[in-house]
Design a protein around this ligand. Structure first.
Ligand SMILES: C=C(O[C@@H]1C=C(C(=O)O)C=C[C@H]1O)C(=O)O
Length: 382
């Protein structure tokens, strides 16, 4: 046996022991994960992670290896978390598929929507759920999410994307950051109108209220009235309510016909949106991952690491498993500069083998992964 062979034989024996310990560690990690599922605890525990790393650095005879040991545990813990995330995801998918779906009996459900009465979100809620008797409304996007989190409402309806202005990123971030799920989607045709009290006309106006989306969707019309002060407000319908309260012919709002009717105001100029086919897609969100076998669309989010080719290496799993991607959107991560999360919508159901295979591979290739929902896609009314 040469000198090199002798060294390699030693390494082989150490690796054999490491593999055995690695396997044992993952075995315990699985038990820990089951305990977390049973007790509704999060996978990650940063305090414990620090303890693990620091304790083991103390065991080193040669403290010169501290940085290397730290890296070793960083990867070991990362693997332990990936294993747990996968187990939690499978558990949630199994549970929700067996007994859950957005209930058709809505009489006992508490449903909330964004904006005041007359908002597009309220209209979307009525379209999706039918005649809801006791809906709650919330002034800000965050309020809808908080109400779901604290159990005040079971489902919330929020806008997610407009056909001309694009994704409402704030809503996308909230779904992920608050740990909620998408249970369904619906689309509304959006016609924006200029609205005011009796006696208001294009010459009397000096200030217009709307949600920033209302201004964006009507930017071409507004370009001819540069003298108007554009004041952003909570929602389009709330702007109509405000203009009704102000009762002043110099003030106008940009919102829906329904909002004008509810607050008894006049339409001064109709259909002022840039695009005639202007439409908005809305999400129905809740605390639970709810799906059944009629669901045909999935939304996920995962991190993009700072390495060449990462995007290609992750997205290729969709193509290689014959999965049709419908939309991708990248957003900055909550912590750290120039780090991104990729939100992907694609066709499929979480029970399909090809979907599970692709998601498993993506999950292995990124630090952060979350299933945001599996739901029935709506007709996009183009
Ligand atoms: C295994 C656990 O889950 C995670 C993984 C850890 C590990 O691999 O040591 C430590 C803390 C958690 O972030 C645990 O909570 O102990």
């Amino acid at each position: 046996m040469s000198e090199l062979e002798r060294y390699r034989a030693k390494i082989d024996e150490i690796d054999r022991q490491l593999t055995k310990l690695f396997e044992e560690r993952l075995h315990i990690v699985n038990d820990i994960c089951q305990y977390k599922i049973n007790n509704d605890l999060p996978v990650e525990n940063q305090k414990r992670e620090e303890e693990v790393v620091n304790k083991n650095i103390q065991y080193l005879d040669n403290k010169g290896y501290s940085e290397q040991l730290k890296r070793f545990f960083y990867h070991t813990i990362e693997i332990a978390k990936q294993v747990q995330y996968k187990k939690v995801r499978e558990h949630k998918a199994k549970n929700s598929l067996s007994h859950n779906t957005v209930s058709s009996d809505i009489t006992h459900l508490n449903i909330g929507y964004y904006g005041v009465e007359g908002s597009f979100s309220e209209e979307a809620m009525l379209k999706y759920f039918g005649d809801v008797k006791h809906a709650k409304n919330f002034v800000e996007f965050e309020d809808v999410f908080d109400a779901i989190k604290n159990g005040e409402i079971d489902y919330g309806v929020v806008p997610i994307e407009n056909s001309s202005t694009g994704t409402i990123s704030q809503v996308l971030d909230l779904i992920n950051n608050r740990g909620l799920y998408i249970n369904g989607e619906t689309v509304l045709k959006i016609n924006q109108h200029l609205i005011g009290i009796q006696g208001t006309n294009l010459d009397s106006i000096n200030e217009v209220y709307s949600h920033p989306q209302g201004f964006e969707q009507t930017s071409e019309f507004l370009r001819s009235y540069r003298q108007w002060k554009l004041t952003p407000f909570h929602s389009t319908a709330d702007s109509v309510k405000l203009v009704a309260e102000l009762n002043d012919p110099t003030k106008a709002a940009i919102a829906s016909q329904r909002a004008a009717e509810i607050y008894n105001l006049n339409i001064i100029k109709e259909n002022i949106n840039n695009k005639t086919g202007n439409s908005t897609r809305f999400f129905i969100i809740s605390k639970n991952l709810i799906a059944n076998d009629t669901c045909d669309k999935i939304s996920v989010v995962f991190s993009l690491e700072h390495k060449a080719g990462t995007l290609y290496h992750l997205l290729r799993h969709f193509a290689e498993n014959d999965i049709n991607m419908m939309k991708i959107e990248s957003r900055p991560q909550e912590f750290g500069n120039w780090k991104y999360l990729l939100y992907v919508d694609f066709e499929g159901n979480i029970e399909e083998a090809r979907v599970n295979k692709a998601l498993g591979l993506i999950q292995q290739g990124c630090e952060y992964f979350r299933l945001l929902g599996c739901y029935k896609q709506c007709d996009l009314l183009d």
